[in-house]
Ligand binder design. Sequence first.
Ligand code: ADP
Ligand code: MG
Length: 328
Amino acid sequence: MQRILYIIAALLLVACTRPSVYRNDSGRVFGTYYKIIYTSPEDLHEGIVASLQSVNASLSTFDSTSIISRINQNDTNVVVDSLFTVVFTTAQQVSEQTSGAFDITVAPLVNAWGFGFDPTRTRSQATMDSLKACVGYQKISLTDGKVTKQKPCVQLDASAIAKGLGCDVVAQYLESQGVEHYLIDIGGELRLKGNNDKGEKWRIGIQQPAEDSLLVSNDVAAILSLTDVGVATSGNYRQFYYQDGKKISHTIDPRTGTPCQHNLLSTTVVAPTTMLADAYATAFMVLGDRDSIEAVAKANQLAVYLLYAEQDTIQSVYNNLFEPYLVK
Ligand code: ADP
Ligand code: MG
């Protein structure tokens, strides 16, 4: 018996001292890629996939059985879960902070401009005007797990915030497993903790946009060194098409009903969570105006880096909270 105990104790010791190695996990989720680097003695693939699936089941408009899709279908039996609640509540706060530049009810317009889960591309002025009547974050509320719409045509689109939430949910899972170092990348939105395999803060690059080109440049506009934060970049240089010589971008100004058209090419936001970074990065793409971006960033303690087109050049501007992250 004693010998068995010794063997068990020896096995436990081996288990406890097995070194944490940097592991890689990757795959596809939310219509994009995910890549995760994390330290763990165990492979955590199954838990990672389960975490991502929980976000999908709650917030994917591309899955007709998700909570958000059932709300869009006006299913009166749907009761929301905790992930939906956190996204909805955060989205409404970001809408208020950005004078409606970010708006989770933008779905009918996104679909009408051909980017959404139901791309119709029917765009007469009359349709656009009637769709605008269905859009507005004040037209929907959440009480005791139930959403109430002012009009049945109100629909939700969480695409600009769900990837960020996905990063945070995976981060929470990894931390529950004792993981101390990780980089979670879902479609370019990031959540970071601890160090990389060289024992340094994580290093990431901000892509140099290629203005008015269908080519995506692989040049890097800036390199960041940072950790224990969420980072998101929103850009109008990857998701767009041309119509009548005009660039139609996937970021829609909910207040005018039209795709954003200004010289801002990308916005990068660093925040305590990737969900916040993601939502504000999209909101800033809509706001466009540097003064309002600065005002909102200051009020919410956000670090912001903008790339914009000026004549034939690409220029950058960032606030003082962003400065320490830049590798010079
Ligand atoms: P990006 O990396 O450019 O931010 P995202 O996928 O995070 O891309 O966000 C863009 C998506 O968000 C659009 O495809 C659309 O579904 C949705 N969206 C567009 N405009 C808005 C808006 N003003 N507020 C909230 N969501 C928006
Ligand atoms: Mg976004």
